[in-house]
Write a protein that binds this ligand. Structure first.
Ligand SMILES: [Zn+2]
Length: 248
Protein backbone atom coordinates (compact mmCIF):
# COMPACT_ATOMS: atom_id res chain seq x y z
CA UNK A 1 0.00 0.00 0.00
CA UNK A 2 1.43 3.37 -1.05
CA UNK A 3 0.16 6.74 0.09
CA UNK A 4 0.68 9.88 -2.01
CA UNK A 5 0.13 13.36 -0.65
CA UNK A 6 -0.09 16.46 -2.80
CA UNK A 7 -0.23 19.84 -1.09
CA UNK A 8 -1.56 22.86 -2.90
CA UNK A 9 -2.89 26.31 -2.03
CA UNK A 10 -6.37 24.83 -2.16
CA UNK A 11 -5.58 22.24 0.52
CA UNK A 12 -4.16 18.78 0.99
CA UNK A 13 -5.12 15.87 -1.27
CA UNK A 14 -4.40 12.33 -0.18
CA UNK A 15 -4.80 9.31 -2.50
CA UNK A 16 -4.14 5.68 -1.74
CA UNK A 17 -2.81 3.19 -4.30
CA UNK A 18 -3.63 -0.51 -3.80
CA UNK A 19 -0.98 -3.21 -4.08
CA UNK A 20 -2.44 -4.44 -7.39
CA UNK A 21 -2.44 -0.92 -8.81
CA UNK A 22 1.14 -0.50 -7.66
CA UNK A 23 2.16 -3.70 -9.49
CA UNK A 24 0.32 -2.54 -12.62
CA UNK A 25 2.06 0.86 -12.57
CA UNK A 26 5.41 -0.92 -12.18
CA UNK A 27 4.65 -3.23 -15.12
CA UNK A 28 3.55 -0.32 -17.34
CA UNK A 29 6.61 1.77 -16.52
CA UNK A 30 8.85 -1.27 -17.02
CA UNK A 31 7.30 -1.97 -20.44
CA UNK A 32 7.73 1.69 -21.34
CA UNK A 33 11.40 1.54 -20.31
CA UNK A 34 11.96 -1.64 -22.36
CA UNK A 35 10.32 -0.06 -25.41
CA UNK A 36 12.45 3.03 -25.01
CA UNK A 37 15.54 0.87 -24.63
CA UNK A 38 14.71 -1.06 -27.80
CA UNK A 39 14.39 2.21 -29.68
CA UNK A 40 17.92 3.37 -28.86
CA UNK A 41 19.57 3.91 -32.24
CA UNK A 42 22.10 1.13 -32.67
CA UNK A 43 23.73 3.00 -35.53
CA UNK A 44 25.25 5.36 -32.95
CA UNK A 45 26.92 2.52 -31.05
CA UNK A 46 28.07 0.93 -34.29
CA UNK A 47 29.48 4.28 -35.37
CA UNK A 48 31.22 4.62 -32.02
CA UNK A 49 32.77 1.16 -32.36
CA UNK A 50 34.12 2.07 -35.81
CA UNK A 51 35.53 5.33 -34.46
CA UNK A 52 37.25 3.60 -31.51
CA UNK A 53 38.81 1.11 -33.92
CA UNK A 54 39.95 3.86 -36.25
CA UNK A 55 41.51 5.86 -33.42
CA UNK A 56 43.41 2.77 -32.23
CA UNK A 57 44.66 2.17 -35.76
CA UNK A 58 45.84 5.77 -36.12
CA UNK A 59 47.45 5.99 -32.69
CA UNK A 60 47.55 3.12 -30.20
CA UNK A 61 48.06 5.62 -27.33
CA UNK A 62 45.19 7.90 -28.38
CA UNK A 63 42.85 7.16 -25.45
CA UNK A 64 45.70 6.98 -22.96
CA UNK A 65 46.67 10.52 -24.03
CA UNK A 66 43.07 11.72 -23.55
CA UNK A 67 43.12 10.52 -19.93
CA UNK A 68 46.04 12.91 -19.20
CA UNK A 69 43.68 15.89 -19.46
CA UNK A 70 42.92 18.62 -21.95
CA UNK A 71 45.03 21.54 -23.07
CA UNK A 72 43.22 23.07 -26.08
CA UNK A 73 44.45 26.30 -27.66
CA UNK A 74 40.99 27.30 -28.81
CA UNK A 75 37.56 28.09 -27.46
CA UNK A 76 35.03 27.73 -30.28
CA UNK A 77 31.70 29.54 -29.99
CA UNK A 78 29.52 28.40 -32.86
CA UNK A 79 25.95 27.81 -34.02
CA UNK A 80 24.06 24.67 -32.96
CA UNK A 81 23.36 23.92 -36.63
CA UNK A 82 24.17 20.26 -37.32
CA UNK A 83 25.91 21.21 -40.56
CA UNK A 84 28.67 23.03 -38.69
CA UNK A 85 30.67 20.32 -36.86
CA UNK A 86 33.30 22.35 -35.02
CA UNK A 87 36.28 19.97 -35.00
CA UNK A 88 35.71 18.70 -38.53
CA UNK A 89 35.57 22.08 -40.28
CA UNK A 90 38.79 23.12 -38.56
CA UNK A 91 40.58 19.83 -39.24
CA UNK A 92 40.97 19.22 -35.50
CA UNK A 93 40.22 16.28 -33.23
CA UNK A 94 39.45 15.29 -29.66
CA UNK A 95 41.28 17.46 -27.15
CA UNK A 96 41.94 20.32 -29.59
CA UNK A 97 38.85 22.46 -29.10
CA UNK A 98 36.81 23.69 -26.14
CA UNK A 99 33.32 24.19 -27.54
CA UNK A 100 30.16 26.14 -26.83
CA UNK A 101 27.31 26.18 -29.34
CA UNK A 102 23.93 27.88 -29.37
CA UNK A 103 21.47 29.10 -31.98
CA UNK A 104 23.08 31.81 -34.14
CA UNK A 105 26.34 31.77 -32.11
CA UNK A 106 25.15 34.50 -29.78
CA UNK A 107 27.33 35.83 -26.96
CA UNK A 108 24.70 36.99 -24.50
CA UNK A 109 26.33 38.58 -21.45
CA UNK A 110 23.61 37.21 -19.16
CA UNK A 111 24.04 33.63 -20.41
CA UNK A 112 25.40 31.77 -17.35
CA UNK A 113 26.34 28.74 -19.40
CA UNK A 114 28.48 30.69 -21.86
CA UNK A 115 29.94 32.86 -19.10
CA UNK A 116 31.04 29.74 -17.24
CA UNK A 117 32.54 28.28 -20.42
CA UNK A 118 34.49 31.48 -21.12
CA UNK A 119 35.67 31.74 -17.52
CA UNK A 120 36.99 28.17 -17.56
CA UNK A 121 38.54 28.59 -21.00
CA UNK A 122 40.34 31.82 -20.09
CA UNK A 123 41.32 31.23 -16.46
CA UNK A 124 41.89 27.47 -16.35
CA UNK A 125 42.65 26.32 -19.87
CA UNK A 126 44.28 29.65 -20.77
CA UNK A 127 43.18 29.31 -24.40
CA UNK A 128 45.11 31.42 -26.88
CA UNK A 129 42.13 32.11 -29.15
CA UNK A 130 38.40 32.57 -28.70
CA UNK A 131 36.79 31.90 -32.07
CA UNK A 132 33.27 33.10 -32.83
CA UNK A 133 32.10 31.15 -35.87
CA UNK A 134 28.96 32.03 -37.82
CA UNK A 135 27.76 30.33 -40.98
CA UNK A 136 25.85 31.29 -44.11
CA UNK A 137 22.30 29.94 -44.46
CA UNK A 138 21.89 30.20 -40.69
CA UNK A 139 18.33 29.31 -39.62
CA UNK A 140 18.77 31.36 -36.44
CA UNK A 141 19.54 34.50 -38.44
CA UNK A 142 16.51 33.86 -40.68
CA UNK A 143 14.28 33.33 -37.64
CA UNK A 144 15.50 36.59 -36.11
CA UNK A 145 14.30 38.45 -39.21
CA UNK A 146 10.89 36.76 -39.30
CA UNK A 147 8.03 39.03 -38.16
CA UNK A 148 6.23 36.49 -35.97
CA UNK A 149 7.03 35.57 -32.37
CA UNK A 150 9.02 32.34 -31.87
CA UNK A 151 8.55 32.14 -28.08
CA UNK A 152 11.84 31.60 -26.23
CA UNK A 153 13.65 31.56 -29.55
CA UNK A 154 12.35 35.07 -30.23
CA UNK A 155 13.86 36.50 -27.04
CA UNK A 156 17.10 34.56 -27.57
CA UNK A 157 17.49 36.13 -31.00
CA UNK A 158 16.97 39.74 -29.81
CA UNK A 159 20.72 40.18 -29.99
CA UNK A 160 20.65 39.41 -33.71
CA UNK A 161 17.71 41.76 -34.28
CA UNK A 162 19.76 44.53 -32.68
CA UNK A 163 22.61 43.80 -35.09
CA UNK A 164 20.18 44.29 -37.99
CA UNK A 165 18.70 47.47 -36.49
CA UNK A 166 22.15 48.90 -35.80
CA UNK A 167 23.37 48.37 -39.36
CA UNK A 168 20.30 49.36 -41.39
CA UNK A 169 22.14 51.83 -43.61
CA UNK A 170 24.85 49.34 -44.62
CA UNK A 171 22.33 46.56 -45.21
CA UNK A 172 19.88 48.70 -47.20
CA UNK A 173 22.34 49.20 -50.09
CA UNK A 174 22.73 45.44 -50.65
CA UNK A 175 20.13 44.50 -53.27
CA UNK A 176 20.58 40.73 -53.28
CA UNK A 177 18.59 39.10 -50.48
CA UNK A 178 21.14 36.28 -50.22
CA UNK A 179 24.06 38.72 -49.98
CA UNK A 180 22.15 40.76 -47.39
CA UNK A 181 21.63 37.65 -45.27
CA UNK A 182 25.30 36.76 -45.59
CA UNK A 183 26.23 40.28 -44.48
CA UNK A 184 24.00 39.92 -41.42
CA UNK A 185 25.77 36.66 -40.56
CA UNK A 186 29.12 38.48 -40.74
CA UNK A 187 27.90 41.52 -38.77
CA UNK A 188 26.47 39.18 -36.14
CA UNK A 189 29.84 37.48 -35.71
CA UNK A 190 31.56 40.87 -35.34
CA UNK A 191 29.00 41.94 -32.72
CA UNK A 192 29.44 38.71 -30.76
CA UNK A 193 33.22 39.21 -30.83
CA UNK A 194 32.63 42.65 -29.30
CA UNK A 195 30.47 41.03 -26.64
CA UNK A 196 33.31 38.63 -25.78
CA UNK A 197 35.61 41.61 -25.30
CA UNK A 198 33.04 43.21 -22.98
CA UNK A 199 33.62 40.43 -20.45
CA UNK A 200 35.80 41.62 -17.61
CA UNK A 201 37.86 38.42 -17.27
CA UNK A 202 38.62 38.39 -21.01
CA UNK A 203 39.80 42.01 -20.91
CA UNK A 204 41.93 41.40 -17.83
CA UNK A 205 43.65 38.35 -19.33
CA UNK A 206 44.28 40.11 -22.64
CA UNK A 207 45.77 43.20 -20.94
CA UNK A 208 47.95 41.12 -18.60
CA UNK A 209 49.03 38.18 -20.79
CA UNK A 210 48.18 39.25 -24.36
CA UNK A 211 45.66 36.39 -24.72
CA UNK A 212 43.05 35.36 -25.70
CA UNK A 213 42.95 36.67 -29.23
CA UNK A 214 39.33 37.04 -30.31
CA UNK A 215 38.73 35.77 -33.84
CA UNK A 216 35.66 36.05 -36.05
CA UNK A 217 35.11 33.55 -38.85
CA UNK A 218 32.25 32.46 -41.10
CA UNK A 219 31.75 28.94 -42.44
CA UNK A 220 30.50 28.98 -46.03
CA UNK A 221 28.19 25.98 -46.27
CA UNK A 222 28.28 26.01 -50.08
CA UNK A 223 32.06 25.61 -50.33
CA UNK A 224 33.10 24.35 -46.89
CA UNK A 225 35.62 27.16 -46.64
CA UNK A 226 36.18 29.54 -43.74
CA UNK A 227 36.18 33.32 -44.17
CA UNK A 228 38.39 35.28 -41.81
CA UNK A 229 36.69 38.52 -40.72
CA UNK A 230 40.10 39.80 -39.56
CA UNK A 231 39.03 40.80 -36.09
CA UNK A 232 41.60 42.66 -33.96
CA UNK A 233 41.45 42.77 -30.17
CA UNK A 234 42.63 46.39 -30.03
CA UNK A 235 39.86 47.53 -32.39
CA UNK A 236 37.21 45.61 -30.45
CA UNK A 237 38.47 47.09 -27.21
CA UNK A 238 38.45 50.66 -28.58
CA UNK A 239 34.80 50.23 -29.55
CA UNK A 240 33.57 48.96 -26.20
CA UNK A 241 35.96 50.38 -23.60
CA UNK A 242 33.97 53.50 -22.68
CA UNK A 243 30.99 51.49 -21.48
CA UNK A 244 32.62 48.14 -20.66
CA UNK A 245 35.97 48.74 -18.99
CA UNK A 246 35.60 48.91 -15.23
CA UNK A 247 39.20 50.10 -14.85
CA UNK A 248 38.72 53.32 -16.83
ZN1 LIG B 1 23.05 28.75 -37.55
Amino acid sequence: MVSCECNSKQGSLTTTISENEEIEIFQISNRYYEQEHEELPQELFEGNARWVEQMHENDSLFFEKLTKGQNPNYLFIGCSDSRVPAEQILGLGAGDLFVHRNIANVVNLTDHSLNAVIQFAVENLKVKHIIVCGHYDCGGIKAALAPHDHGPLHSWLCEVKEVVDGNKAELSVINSKEKRMEKIVELNVIQQCKNVMKLNRVQKSWKKYGIPHIQGIVFDIKTGQLIDLEIKNSKLYDEIKESHDSEL
